[in-house]
Design a protein around this ligand. Structure first.
Ligand code: CS2
Length: 478
C-alpha cells in the first residue's frame, strides 16, 4: 500500500485535509518532545488557527527526545500524519501538516540551537513529561542528575532544560528578539516551574548576562492541556489505513474532546489560537488544578486499581461498577468540595464528562501506560486533594484509596494474568517492596520517600492507618 505524503494526499470520505498552503508555512514554533500528545493537541490547534487566519508564520519544528523514530515516521511523509479521532458515534481522520521539520538532537544539536536562535522562531513549546524536568524533592533543578550535571559542564546538551537553556544562550548571542516558552506538561503552575528550573540552570552556569537576558526577554505562560491520546494500537493503524487508503507511519489516536487554556503572557506574537478554540486567561491555575485533580487524579486511581484486577484498559476498568464508583467518589466527595471552580466551568458537569470520556469504548488506553511514573504523578494528582481535605477537617477516603492502589501496584508484579511493570524514575527505590505482602511494611517504606510524601503526611496516623487497611485489602484480592 502507498504511503501518506504530499503526492498521495487522499481525499476520501471522513478524512479532513490540511488547509491549502500547509507546506509553504515558515517555522515559528519549536516544540520539544514531539510525541503523540503534541501531534494530537497543540499541532492540531495550530493548524486550525492557520486555517482560520491564513497566517503562515507558525509551522512547527518538532524536536524528539531520545529516539529518532518520529523523525523517521514524518520525514518520509513530508511531515504529514493522521489523527484518528475515535468516539462512540464518530470515527474520522484529520491529516495534519503543521509539523514542517523534525530534529533529532543526538544527531542534529547544532540544527536545534540554530532553530532556537532563529529570529523567525517566536515560541518554544514543551511536552517532555513530568520526569523530563529532572526536579529534586524541593522542586528545583536536580543538579546531581547526571544529564543535568553534564549539560552544565558543556558539550551537546541532552536534558530538556539543558537543551532549552543552551538554545536560549545561542539566541542571546545571536542578538535575536524575545521568545515565549510555553510548558504543556501536566504540572501545577507549569510555566512557573519551568521558569524556575531555567533560572536554576543559569545560576549554576554562573551566567548573569543570560539570567538578565531571560528575565527581560522571555516569558513562561502557564497552560492547561487536555486530550486523551493513548498509544496507537495495531487496530488503530488498520482503521487509519482503511480510512486514508494509505499507510501512515505517524498515525496518532485520540478522543474527540480537547481543551487548551493558556495564560495570556506572551512577549511575542503568537498564532490566533483563540480562533481554534483555545481559552486565553489571566489565571490558569484553577483550570490546571481542576484538570490534574479531577481527570488525572481519577485516571491514575483507575489505572492502578484496574491493573490490580487484571484489566488492561481504562474502559474495561470503568465497566467494573466498584471501580467506576471509586472514581466518581474521588471526584465528587473528595476533589470538588475543596476545589476552586475556574470561571465559566461547572465542576459537577466537568467531572461527569470526564467519567464519560474514560468509558469511551473506542479507545484502548492501557492501564499500565497511565501507571508509569507514579512517583512523579501521585503528588500532583492525589496528595494535594488529601492535604486540602485534611486542612478542612474532612476525611479524603477515596483519594487515600487511590494512593493505596498505587502502593499495591508497586508491590504487585502480576495480577490476573496482567504484568504490572514498575516503570518509574525511582524504580530502584520503589522495588524494595516489590513482591511484599506486608501492607504495613509497604506503606511505611513508600511513605518514607520524602520527595513523594513530603515531611507532613508520614506523620499523619489516620492517613497511614487507612492506607494500611486499603493496601491490605487490595493485596488480599490481587
Ligand atoms: C494520563 C494523561 O498517562 C497519563 O498519566 O493521565 O496522559 C491523560 O490522558 C492526559 O493528561 C489527558 O489530557
Amino acid at each position: 500500500m502507498e504511503r501518506l505524503s504530499k503526492a498521495t494526499l487522499p481525499g476520501a470520505d471522513g478524512v479532513a485535509l490540511p488547509p491549502a498552503g500547509w507546506d509553504a508555512q515558515r517555522t515559528g514554533i519549536v516544540h520539544m518532545g514531539i510525541g503523540a500528545f503534541h501531534r494530537a493537541h497543540q499541532a492540531v490547534y495550530t493548524q486550525d488557527a492557520f486555517a482560520a487566519t491564513g497566517d503562515d508564520r507558525w509551522g512547527i519544528c518538532g524536536v524528539t527526545q531520545r529516539s529518532d523514530s518520529v523523525r523517521r515516521q514524518l520525514t518520509g511523509q513530508d511531515g504529514l500524519y493522521g489523527v484518528l479521532e475515535r468516539a462512540v458515534d464518530h470515527t474520522g481522520v484529520r491529516v495534519v501538516g503543521q509539523v514542517r521539520e523534525v530534529l533529532f538532537p543526538a544527531e542534529q544539536n547544532a540544527g536545534l540551537m540554530a532553530r532556537i536562535a532563529d529570529p523567525g522562531t517566536l515560541i518554544i513549546t514543551l511536552t517532555v513529561t513530568e520526569k523530563g524536568y529532572r526536579r529534586d524533592g524541593a522542586g528545583h533543578l536536580d543538579l546531581a542528575d547526571p544529564a543535568v550535571a553534564a549539560d552544565l559542564v558543556g558539550g551537546e546538551p541532552t536534558s530538556a532544560v539543558g537543551r532549552l537553556v543552551r538554545g536560549l544562550q545561542a539566541r542571546q548571542r545571536a542578538g535575536a528578539e524575545p521568545v515565549t516558552v510555553v510548558c504543556c506538561d501536566n504540572l501545577t503552575g507549569n510555566g512557573r516551574v519551568l521558569e524556575r528550573l531555567v533560572g536554576d540552570f543559569c545560576a549554576a552556569l554562573g551566567d548573569e548576562d543570560l539570567t538578565d537576558w531571560i528575565a527581560s526577554r522571555v516569558s513562561f505562560p502557564c497552560t492547561m492541556v487536555d486530550r486523551i491520546t493513548p498509544a496507537t494500537t495495531d487496530a488503530d493503524r488498520a482503521m487509519g489505513q482503511e480510512l486514508l487508503g494509505l499507510r501512515d507511519e505517524g498515525l496518532v489516536t485520540a478522543e474527540l474532546f480537547k481543551q487548551w487554556v493558556i495564560e495570556d503572557d506572551f512577549v511575542t506574537e503568537r498564532p490566533a489560537w483563540e480562533r481554534a478554540g483555545v481559552q486565553l486567561t489571566d489565571d490558569v491555575e484553577p483550570f490546571e488544578n481542576m484538570k490534574l485533580r479531577i481527570l488525572n487524579g481519577a485516571h491514575s486511581t483507575l489505572a492502578y486499581a484496574g491493573a490490580l484486577r487484571g484489566y488492561p484498559t481504562i474502559t474495561r476498568t470503568m465497566a467494573d461498577p466498584e471501580l467506576a464508583e471509586l472514581a466518581g467518589g474521588l471526584i465528587n466527595e473528595d476533589v470538588t468540595p475543596v476545589l476552586e471552580c475556574p470561571p465559566g466551568e461547572d465542576l459537577a458537569a466537568y467531572g461527569a464528562e470526564v467519567l464519560k470520556r474514560f468509558s469511551n469504548p473506542a479507545l484502548a488506553h492501557r492501564t499500565t501506560q497511565i501507571a508509569m511514573d507514579g512517583s512523579q504523578k501521585i503528588p500532583l494528582r492525589l496528595l494535594g486533594t488529601i492535604r486540602d481535605n485534611l486542612a478542612a477537617g474532612r476525611n479524603p477516603q477515596y483519594a487515600i484509596a487511590g494512593v493505596a492502589a498505587w502502593m499495591a501496584y508497586v508491590a504487585t508484579p502480576e495480577a490476573g494474568g496482567l504484568v504490572l511493570p514498575l516503570d518509574d524514575p525511582i524504580a530502584d527505590r520503589l522495588a524494595v517492596v516489590r513482591g511484599s505482602k506486608n501492607a504495613r511494611g509497604i506503606v511505611e517504606a513508600l511513605m518514607g520517600i520524602e520527595e513523594v510524601f513530603g515531611a507532613d503526611l508520614p506523620d499523619n496516623g489516620p492517613v497511614r492507618d487507612q492506607l494500611v487497611d486499603d493496601v491490605g485489602g487490595l493485596l488480599a484480592r490481587a
